[in-house]
Design a protein around this ligand. Structure first.
Ligand code: HEM
Length: 418
């Protein structure tokens, strides 16, 4: 399946609806919000020249498009490659493509409904609430491990390990495999970068092959001896004789491991940065459960970790005056929608006390993030424990974002606390 790409060139776009920004330009990915502010001030529904497809930056449009059944993540169920002018899959990314083929994110109903129903039970709020004590313990262990130092990279020492260990344990993989899982995952998500190189494709493919070989061995073990974990649950779940295949279980486990930590890590980094730069008193931001929830939602709104998701138009259609052909791609700009001045007062200010709080950081509609209840709990605990233990936390150097526009997150976050 690979990345969702506009194949047939779109022509006849009026000049005033076109906008240009190179997603690999450091000035852009360090601060995409300047570009978003221009779009909001001019045409929030615009044709992004570098991507070659229409994009939507308005909160109302993004919310509507996420729920609009005329758009989908998959296209080959309604059109052939030939019809779309889509090239054949590349042989050297076969292993990566296999992990994507059964990914919930790339499926549409009825395949999506079937898989999501089987996985969903593990992620309902009632279930993930039980993980609270484990997450509190993990957060404190991480802080114990670096507290004696002068300064630390909070991404490596705190933000990354917690969600990786939580999701690995939930799936049923040992906690000490988390660094290896993180390494595979990082190499795989490089495929979502704008303008992926051949080397990156080869590397992501190798990581996918290694990841699958690892999971295949564990799946064989669980088939012999099921345990109380998500992997065993997926292998044994039976709905009217319908069971998940090994490939489906592997794809889902990989998606959960990748999606399950990458966005949470970035939200932690971006959110801690927002708080420290705001100069607000952390004690007030985490004064009680209600305010803690509001602070985390504002972190998710203000500096979202995932800035663009795409959809295919499943037929020739019109959306708000824009004519799209079957197979055309649209970019839903979550990070921009969250800063829409038509939806939020002082949209560009970080304000955890705002009365109009909301965000589309977890998406909406049938692909709404399955891990949202878990991510929210992880973030609420991680942030409140961090600022409770280290109330004098401050930036030790200016943080820099990674060169992966879609995954808007920090390379590192150097902090001090003495
Ligand atoms: C702050 C953290 C997170 C953010 C911002 C986030 C964001 C998102 C978004 C925007 C989507 C929808 C994409 C689309 O519509 O195309 C999504 C889907 C998904 N997320 Fe998350 N996510 C987070 C954490 C997690 C966690 C912790 C897990 C699992 C443990 C997870 C698992 C998934 C899965 C499986 C999907 C696909 C759902 C489907 O297609 O039905 N995510 N996430």
């Amino acid at each position: 399946m690979g990345a969702i790409l506009q194949i047939k060139p779109v022509t006849d776009v009026p000049a005033q609806r076109c906008a240009s920004a190179n997603p690999r330009d450091p000035a852009f990915f360090q601060n995409p919000y300047a570009f978003y502010a221009e779009r909001h001030a001019t045409e929030p529904a615009f044709f992004w020249e570098e991507y070659g497809h229409w994009c939507f930056a308005g909160f109302k449009d993004v919310s509507a498009l996420l729920r609009d059944k005329r758009f989908g993540r998959e296209i080959l169920h309604v059109a052939t490659r030939e019809e779309l002018g889509m090239p054949e899959p590349k042989a050297h990314t076969a292993a990566f493509d296999l992990t994507e083929q059964h990914s919930l994110l790339n499926l549409e109903p009825p395949g999506h409904t079937r898989l999501r129903t089987l996985v969903n039970r593990a992620f309902v709020s009632r279930h993930v609430e039980q993980l609270r004590p484990r997450i509190v313990k993990l957060a404190n262990e991480m802080i114990d491990s670096f507290e004696h130092q002068d300064s630390v990279d909070l991404i490596k020492a705190f933000a990354a390990p917690i969600p990786a260990i939580v999701i690995a344990e939930m799936i049923g993989l040992p906690a000490d495999s988390a660094p290896q899982l993180l390494a595979w995952s990082n190499r795989m998500v490089a495929m979502y970068m704008f303008g992926v190189s051949h080397e990156t494709e080869l590397d992501a493919n190798q990581a996918s092959a290694d990841f699958m070989a690892y999971l295949r061995a564990i799946i064989a073990e669980r088939r012999q001896q099921p345990r109380e974990d998500l992997l065993s649950h997926m292998l044994t779940s039976d709905r009217d004789g319908d069971r998940l295949t090994d490939e489906e279980v592997m794809s889902t486990a990989i998606l959960l491991l990748n999606a399950g930590h990458e966005a949470t890590v970035h939200t932690t980094g971006n959110g801690v940065k927002s708080i420290l730069e705001s100069g607000l008193d952390p004690a007030a931001l985490f004064a009680d459960d209600k305010q803690t929830e509001a602070t985390i939602e504002e972190c998710l709104r203000f500096d979202a970790p995932l800035h663009m998701f795409t959809r295919y138009a499943l037929s020739d259609l019109e959306f708000n005056g824009i004519n799209l052909r079957k197979g055309d791609v649209v970019g839903l700009m979550l990070g921009a929608a969250n800063r829409d001045p038509a939806r939020f007062a002082n949209a560009n200010s970080f304000d955890p006390f705002r009365a109009d709080g909301a965000n589309v950081s977890f998406g909406a509609g049938i692909h709404f993030c399955i891990g949202a209840p878990l991510a929210r709990i992880e973030l609420q605990i991680a942030f409140s424990e961090l600022f409770r233990r280290l109330p004098k936390l401050r930036l030790a150097e200016e943080p820099k974002y990674n060169d992966v526009y879609h995954f808007h997150g920090l390379e590192k976050l150097m902090v001090r606390w003495s």
